[in-house]
Design a protein around this ligand. Sequence first.
Ligand code: AMP
Ligand code: GLY
Length: 424
Amino acid sequence: MNILILGSGGRESAFAWKIAQSPKCEKLFIAPGNAGTHQYGTNVNLKVTDFEGIKQLVISEKIDLVLVGPEEPLVKGIHDFFLADEQLKGVPVVGPQQHAAQLEGSKDFSKQFMEKHNIPTAAYKTFTKDTLQEGLTYLATAGLPVVLKADGLAAGKGVLICLTLEEAQLELTQMLAEAKFGEASSRVVVEQFLQGIELSVFVMTDGTNYKILPEAKDYKRIGEGDTGLNTGGMGSVSPVPFADAGYMKKVEEKVIIPTVEGLKKDNIPYKGFIFIGLMNSEGEPWVIEYNCRMGDPETESVMRRIDSDFVDLLQGVAEGNLNEKELIISPKTAATVVMVAGGYPGEYLKNKVITGTENVRDSIVFHAGTSTQEDGVISTGGRVLAITTLQNDMFTALQQATADASRIYYDGMYFRKDIGFDLL
Ligand code: AMP
Ligand code: GLY
């Protein structure tokens, strides 16, 4: 098969690494890819939202399957675009259609879905500009802290955890009346704050059958000890000790089955990944959010723990026979340390030459924000590289990923040295 992966981050690098190993994969293309993905296939310089350009590529390269990495093309309807096109409708897209992608693209849609299907989630109410006054009154009765969420995609910045009523009322006003996050905050979900430890759970589904991929823990804050600003993700670990068989059974029964069944009941076709962001609160799973794609940097750790043929699983999603496919998960521990640019997640340094990747001993260097120039590989994004290792025990994995990250250098480079150590 010829396969096209859309995206350019560490997640897509990990997909490309895994897919390139499949005997079923003939030619692999990554659009746009990065300085690392060309080790696994051919990079094509196309934006993930350039649907016409993607169409031409799919036709000229006889692509048999498209795997969509990020949410943006899904929320913008790439799957629907394929289904509506005579020349593309026979080419399966792994990633949901626009309506289902609202599970990520609209917080209000996902909360309504959870409420309707009795999926455990924080109590909430949704407000618009017209109901701002009601919202301000509601805040006065809601406990603190309180969580404000812009309904639409806001580049990961649309969630605010407010500690005081004054702050919450000011933020709600700015979001609704002053369009703080543009159109994305024309609706705001106000929800109860959940205390606990977060867990990322990944489900692959063909709309009827599902497989639960390895779970992972993601480290979102820039600073060690989970301090400082939120980032796209500074590292990940899989498996997660508290997510043992008993806990995962609860997650399956209370969250995964009702989610897949709920989509079916609502006549919402879904072929792709469901990323369930959970809060583990005193042993009970609560859904914080759905994403319509895999997580980054979780995918880097997750792919390393999948021992079966990933292309076979993707085919199962495409063909609707995922139940006949085999998912073999390694019992080993995968750890990922993300190396970021100086200044990130604020304004950050770019175009810094990266050296030392050849010194890495027992990890895979997945590229994220990188590109190839005359003077070598340079950094172009905030998250530059993801260093992923797979070891027999968690301690060795955490140590190895951290040690390997320290063998790489670029001006201003930074990574957290404490990824996963809280789990030991
Ligand atoms: P989201 O974009 O919904 O994933 O929210 C971003 C982050 O905000 C989550 O990963 C959590 O760390 C935090 N968060 C969101 N909702 C809640 C909540 N109800 N209680 C506590 N923390 C939350
Ligand atoms: N690691 C969190 C995300 O991909 O959204």
